[in-house]
Write a protein that binds this ligand. Structure first.
Ligand code: AMP
Ligand code: MG
Length: 341
């Protein structure tokens, strides 16, 4: 299949392909998504095939405004409306009880469905023109780092999807926050662009699912099926070093081999570059600017797959604000191989 390259002038064509049951790479504020008509089971099955995604890992339905929630969800609680009012359109996904018209292919057979209203103007326009809920996971091959540019997505999906719309680099850079509103207490399933602190301002109590901060044991059943899979992993093994940024950088400088790849905060770049080393070094952004780090994290992880580095060492921010999402992605990429200095 030839993958059409579309731009911001082609939203009507992208919408038409979606309506006809095709697969379209769509820019969002978080990462690029692999979109299909969320009411068409066959189109949704094609997403799983293109990504090599396990069948039991459900997708998120993308809608243009909160009023669409009641079309696809049963018993929408007041908390959902409060969150939508505050954070939509934006990088927040809510897990709610589904209505029967949502295909099993979207929810992987669950009685709940993930709902999100993205803020990227081009994405909004495409969904409105298509006039359907768009089912979309991140546009990477299953297990790989999520794509934050059209080029990243083409690395994985060229020839496997009908079209991709280039909307420039993603402004948030990590996937949406996922909050489960179907239990007694709201539960954070995946940290993302909307922070835990922001959620607590609206909801009061929010539990953090154990899978956010640690590796799930073999016998444990995760709440979100996707949590049990290895994620975001480049080809070389990753070691995360957390703690005081200067100490962590020093630790890496002492322990990394000359050929190992490095992901470090901007101010420590000089520690890792020099005439005698051949390694690639990726700049995560200044240690004090987590928003910038979020925009760089997936590009940094992906970049090493174009090299032959035997191992990767990564600095990591503390877990305040969007740091929780960055740390979660890095720790998952590392299989929770973390060194605390
Ligand atoms: P992706 O956008 O590729 O990161 O995939 C969507 C994420 O949403 C996966 O981690 C899914 O497990 C999660 N998800 C989607 N629907 C549900 C649901 N009904 N319950 C729990 N998690 C969900
Ligand atoms: Mg994904």
């Amino acid at each position: 299949m030839q993958t059409l390259r579309l731009t911001n002038n082609d939203s009507a064509q992208a919408a038409e392909i979606l309506r006809a049951g095709g697969l379209v790479g769509i820019p969002t504020e978080t990462v690029y998504g692999l979109g299909a008509n969320g009411l068409n089971p066959e189109a949704v099955r094609a997403i799983f095939k293109a990504k090599g995604r396990p069948q039991d890992n459900p997708l998120i339905l993308h809608i243009p405004e909160a009023s669409w929630l009641e079309r696809y969800c049963e018993n929408v609680p007041p908390q959902a409306w409060a969150l939508a009012q505050r954070f939509w359109p934006g990088p927040l996904t809510m897990i709610l009880p589904r209505k029967a018209l949502v295909p099993d292919e979207v929810t992987a057979g669950l009685e709940t469905v993930g709902m999100r209203c993205p803020s990227h103007p081009l994405c909004q326009e495409i969904i409105r023109l298509a006039d359907i809920p768009v089912a979309a996971p991140s546009g990477n091959t299953s297990g790989r780092p999520s794509p934050t540019t059209a080029q990243h997505m083409l690395e994985d999906m060229d020839g496997k999807i009908d079209a991709i719309v280039d909307g420039g680099p993603c402004s948030v850079g990590v996937e949406s926050t996922i909050i489960d509103l179907t239990g007694d207490v709201p539960r954070l399933l995946r940290p993302g662009g909307i922070t835990l602190e922001q959620l607590r301002q609206v909801l009061g109590q929010v539990e953090v699912d154990p899978a956010v901060t640690r590796l799930m044991g073999a016998g444990e059943k995760p709440k979100a099926p996707g949590m049990k899979y290895r994620h975001y992993a480049p080809k070389a093994p990753v070691t995360v070093v957390t703690g005081d940024p200067a100490k962590a950088a020093e630790y890496i400088a002492q322990h990394a081999d000359a050929e190992d790849g490095i992901i470090c905060f901007e101010e420590f770049l000089p520690l890792f570059t020099g005439r005698s080393v051949t390694r690639p070094v990726m700049d995560l952004g200044p240690s004090g600017d987590k928003e910038e780090q979020a925009r760089h994290i997936f590009d940094a992880l992906r970049s090493f797959d174009h090299t032959s580095v035997p191992a990767i060492w990564a600095q990591c921010p503390d877990s305040g604000g969007i740091g929780l999402a960055i740390a979660n992605r890095l720790n998952k990429a590392a299989g929770f191989h973390i060194i605390q200095v």
